[in-house]
Design a protein around this ligand. Structure first.
Ligand SMILES: *[C@@H]1O[C@H](CO)[C@@H](O)[C@H](O)[C@H]1NC(C)=O
Ligand SMILES: *[C@@H]1O[C@H](CO)[C@@H](O)[C@H](O)[C@H]1NC(C)=O
Ligand SMILES: *[C@@H]1O[C@H](CO)[C@@H](O)[C@H](O)[C@H]1NC(C)=O
Ligand SMILES: *[C@@H]1O[C@H](CO)[C@@H](O)[C@H](O)[C@H]1NC(C)=O
Ligand SMILES: *[C@@H]1O[C@H](CO)[C@@H](O)[C@H](O)[C@H]1NC(C)=O
Ligand SMILES: *[C@@H]1O[C@H](CO)[C@@H](O)[C@H](O)[C@H]1NC(C)=O
Length: 932
């Protein structure tokens, strides 16, 4: 249309302008657009690697949200947000921002959680405009209390999905009549300066509709479920009546000085959950009414010594959950407990109920399913103590002083599923002690003093799924035979010895954690199979635990293993060339120091075994040196974390990997070697295409291991390495490449090339944007040659490759002169055909290099190779002796090409047959690579 309607000259003008625009866009795209490293920000996908937060601090997450951005030292919000990925689900901002302007979060349509720690901030009515998906909004300020925050009445109006709103350490003194979205379920004003509950009414009139004297004005259904007013240290009892009409499920008043049990008089009759943790309560009042609907009451961390219950005076008839955790109870409040007919869950941990606890019959309701008696200095469990708790499903007895258990201790717990006896003084487990627990699925015996344990000792439960065993300092395990076990954790400081009969005791085991220095197996000839193992964690592993120990313990292949975590003890050298793990996704290695002699080689060997690896976290490995060879095979790597490394050398050859470098790279507590080799790092860190890099804002470098001068790497580079422009050269090469393509064409003096260029740019641009064409390959080989060499190509080369096997290879070739349809645009066809070919073979002669078309083809091929690593293979065939240095971008090419990618047929350097054989082999390999 354009072509027809425009006069020729104007069209040229139009094209020129278009061209300039495209070039500008491309240049800016290359130099800034693809970079998303942001100073002071952490970008993460916590789904990829949930344990990332153990290495790198980032803000809390809500369940199910995994794309997060967390920025600190924020001063200018627009500047910070400019580069934060727009699809982020969680955004945490910490800094000093006096004003959050209107539409501050424009474009963040996926944002679901926003946490602001921005000091004293002015919010406007339209600050949160457009955040339709936002569910959680947190304003936080940590001590000292409190900062002032002003919220215009309508500032939250646009938040149509908001379900949780929280103010912590802020006073809303000057705000009033704040509109709350009807989706709101959870409102928190923690550590604020509320003194009276009436203030809530002023702030959020919507909340207390029932209190309104004119109930007919705009009726809105009560919506709030949880109101959290904890740590309002000045909150007074007065005005509690004003909460009348507030319909809530839960009220949290932790750490307030309210004598809150009198709250009942306020008419909060429908309260389901009341939390009064740490309010200094010493006694429960003798008589309260109005709690008839209360289901859950948390009185943890108070000073309750006794509860005087007399009949049903407390009126907690409906109570299902009661926590008296961390109080001063010395005996069970028997009479009180007897008044709770519905009680299902009782938490009495961290009191002083020991040393002997007798549970009188009829003490608990028959509904009790969870009983927590941990940390109570219990020494003994009288026989039959739990015999009337037949409904009990969970019994927590951790951290007591129990030394022995027999079958009579646990009699009657017919439905018990979880038993936690960890960190007691258990020295003896009498045979058959579990015989009365047929329903047990989870047993925790960490921190015992058992030296051996045998499978027969754990007989009784028919469905044990999760088992934890631990002892000081050694543990011998005999005939543990639980084919149904899903998770197993064993700890013993010095060694764990397994005595396994032949067979497969862990047929379904998915999670295995071993924490010990030594792992022994008896008899030595057995191998334990773990056909279902998905997560393997080895901690505390030492030099004594050699590879051979591990190799004899585990089978040569762990076919389903997805997650492997190894953390050694200090200074222990272990070779981890272990087993095949074809499905491994996450590998975490810590403290191995096993790289002390030839680090890269070992890392390389290890990484060879894990083709599917997505996450690699290396901690404290004493790596010394990272180079390209270690990472070459890791095509699926998405996250690389380096933690606690000293004087790390980052070889400049790593640049070759740049297009395939993982999406997330984190350096935490890493110092680099002071050397110019590293000079590419700076430009890469700030402009890495498609990679988020964290931890290279102010890297330190060390001249040697004992250099603690804290030299800044980048200042070292600036003063000592004047030619730090290598990376720039690389980065701009895409643009330059394209510019250079134009030059031979300009000599054509034809305007029609502009149209070609447009097509070319369009294609390249599209691909740069990451839209990869993963479609089928129509051809095996695209052959690029110049007209002068056509005879040789058609008569010698093509027959060898095209002829059907066994003489030939039966390859599908694409030859421009033959296969481009007549009348088709040559440039367009070339781009398309190259994209659809598994390999590109360039036939190079002096004539070819002199021809603009051949040069262009070579450049395009180079572009394909670099921009789409792993999808294209470029082969160079020299028919004549050529000075390779003359080859355009030879230096770069030499990085990307391997020796087997060059074929030199000039001056009889290679036998024709050898050449054919090698070429076929190389093409077969390429085909295989593309197909995998
Ligand atoms: C996560 O990493 C830390 C080391 O920083 C380690 O102690 C912890 O056990 C790991 N968590 C899991 C679940 O492996
Ligand atoms: C917030 O806004 C008010 C009124 O617009 C202004 O007086 C005050 O100085 C502002 N505060 C800050 C920190 O900018
Ligand atoms: C008992 O309360 C403590 C403190 O809140 C908590 O850590 C523990 O998990 C609770 N026990 C159970 C069984 O929920
Ligand atoms: C735990 O029991 C041991 C004896 O088994 C005793 O020596 C120790 O004092 C007890 N500790 C407590 C806190 O009761
Ligand atoms: C408990 O174990 C002892 C000794 O093994 C046995 O004699 C007794 O019958 C068992 N008691 C019950 C109730 O199973
Ligand atoms: C294995 O461990 C992971 C991570 O701790 C956990 O999410 C999963 O539920 C465990 N699986 C089993 C069967 O215990």
């Amino acid at each position: 249309m354009l072509k027809e309607s425009m006069p020729k000259m104007e069209r040229h003008l139009f094209h020129s302008v278009l061209l300039i625009l495209i070039l500008l866009t491309l240049v800016s795209l290359n130099l800034t657009g693809l970079a998303w490293t942001i100073p002071d920000c952490i970008i993460a996908d916590s789904l990829l690697f949930p344990n990332l937060s153990s290495y790198i601090p980032f803000c809390t997450l809500a369940p199910r949200l995994h794309l997060l951005a967390s920025c600190s030292n924020v001063k200018n919000i627009n500047q910070t947000l400019e580069k934060v990925p727009r699809n982020t689900e969680v955004l945490c901002l910490q800094g000093m921002v006096p004003t959050l302007p209107a539409n501050a979060f424009d474009g963040f349509y996926s944002l679901q959680l926003l946490r602001l720690q921005l000091g004293t901030t002015n919010i406007t009515s339209r600050t949160f405009q457009g955040l339709d998906q936002l569910q959680y909004l947190f304003f936080e300020h940590h001590a000292p209390c409190c900062l002032s925050l002003f919220l215009p009445p309508d500032s939250l109006e646009s938040l149509r999905s908001l379900s949780s709103l929280s103010f912590q350490g802020y006073c809303l003194t000057y705000s009033h009549s704040i509109y709350l979205p009807t989706t709101l379920r959870h409102l928190t004003m923690r550590n604020s300066c509320l003194t009276k509950l009436q203030e809530l009414q002023r702030l959020f009139p919507d909340l207390l509709l029932g209190a309104s004297s004119t109930p007919n004005t705009k009726p809105r259904t009560p919506f709030l479920e949880v109101l959290d007013l904890s740590y309002n240290l000045q909150l007074k009892q007065a005005g509690i009546r004003d909460l009348y009409g507030l319909t809530l499920h839960s009220l949290i008043l932790d750490g307030t000085p309210l004598r809150a049990l009198d709250l009942t008089s306020s008419g909060l009759l429908h309260l389901h959950f009341l939390s009064l943790v740490g309010t200094g309560i010493e006694k429960l009042p003798a008589s309260v009414t109005g709690f008839s609907e209360l289901c859950a009451l948390d009185l943890g961390k108070n000073q309750i010594q006794n509860i005087l219950g007399n009949g049903d005076i407390l009126g907690l008839k409906a109570l299902k959950f009661l926590s008296l955790h961390d109080n001063h109870l010395q005996s069970l409040p028997v009479r009180f407990l007897r008044t709770l007919p519905q009680l299902q869950k009782l938490n009495l941990s961290m009191n002083k109920l020991g040393p002997i606890l007798e549970l009188p019959e009829g003490l608990f309701s028959t509904n009790l399913t969870v009983l927590d008696l941990s940390h109570n200095q219990l020494c003994e469990i009288p026989r039959g103590n739990f015999s009337f708790l037949s409904q009990l499903q969970e019994l927590w007895l951790s951290g007591n002083n129990i030394s022995s258990l027999s079958n009579e201790s646990l009699q009657g717990l017919r439905w018990l599923r979880t038993l936690d006896l960890s960190w007691n003084q258990i020295k003896v487990l009498k045979p058959g002690w579990l015989s009365h627990l047929p329903a047990l699925t989870t047993l925790n015996l960490l921190g015992t003093y058992l030296e051996h344990i045998s499978g027969t000792q754990l007989q009784g439960p028919k469905m044990l799924r999760h088992l934890q065993l631990g002892s000081f300092p050694t543990l011998e395990i005999y005939r543990l035979w639980f084919p149904m076990l899903l998770s197993l954790e064993i700890q013993a400081e010095t060694y764990i010895q397994f005595m396994v009969p032949s067979g497969e005791p862990f047929l379904f085991l998915e999670n295995l954690t071993l924490e010990t220095s030594n792992l022994l197996l008896e008899p030595k000839t057995t191998t334990i199979h773990f056909p279902s193992l998905r997560r393997l964690t080895l901690r505390g592993y030492s030099i004594f635990l050699s590879t051979s120990q591990l190799q004899s313990f585990f089978p040569p292949q762990l076919p389903l293993l997805e997650y492997f975590f190894v953390w050694c003890r200090n200074d222990d050298a272990v070779d981890l060339h272990l087993f095949e793990m074809p499905r491994l996704r996450v590998l975490e290695l810590g403290n191995l120091n096993f790289f002390y002699e030839s680090s890269t080689v070992k890392l390389e060997m290890l990484l060879n075994e894990v083709p599917q690896l997505q996450v690699l976290a290396l901690s404290h490995l004493n790596l010394k040196n990272l180079s390209v060879s270690s990472f070459k095979g890791l095509q699926s790597l998405k996250l690389l974390l380096l933690n606690s490394e000293r004087a790390l050398e980052m070889n400049s050859n790593l640049q070759e990997l740049i297009p395939q470098i993982p999406q997330y790279v984190y350096f935490s507590d890493v110092t680099f070697a002071c050397q110019c080799e590293t000079s590419w790092l700076e430009s890469w860190a700030t402009r890495a295409p498609n990679t988020f890099v964290y931890g290279l804002e102010k890297p330190i470098c060390m001249a040697n291991a004992s250099d603690y001068s804290k030299t800044l790497l980048f200042s070292f580079l600036a003063t000592n390495c004047p030619h730090g422009t290598e990376f720039w050269g690389f980065l701009t090469s895409f643009s330059l490449l394209l510019l250079l393509i134009i030059l031979p064409l300009i000599s054509c003096h034809k305007w029609s090339w502009l149209h070609h260029l447009w097509t070319l740019f369009h294609t390249c641009w599209w691909k740069l944007g990451g839209h990869r064409l993963r479609g089928q390959f129509n051809y095996d080989v695209f052959i690029s040659y110049c007209e002068e060499d056509q005879d040789w190509v058609l008569e010698e080369l093509v027959p060898v490759l095209e002829k059907a096997p066994p003489e030939g290879e039966g390859l599908r070739l694409c030859l421009p002169a033959r296969d481009f349809g007549i009348g088709n645009d040559r440039m367009e066809s070339m781009i398309a055909s190259m994209g659809k070919s598994r390999a590109i073979l360039c036939v190079l002669t002096g004539q070819a290099l002199a021809s603009p078309w051949c040069n262009l083809e070579l450049r395009l091929a180079t572009y394909h190779l670099i921009a789409r690593p792993g999808t294209t293979c470029l082969l160079l065939l020299f028919l004549e002796p050529l000075d390779r240095q003359k080859l355009h971008s030879y230096h770069r090419l030499s990085r990307w090409l391997q020796k087997e990618d060059y074929f030199d047929l000039s001056q009889g350097k290679m036998e024709w047959n050898t050449f054919c054989e090698q070429l076929k082999q190389r093409l077969r390999k390429a085909r295989k690579e593309r197909e995998d």
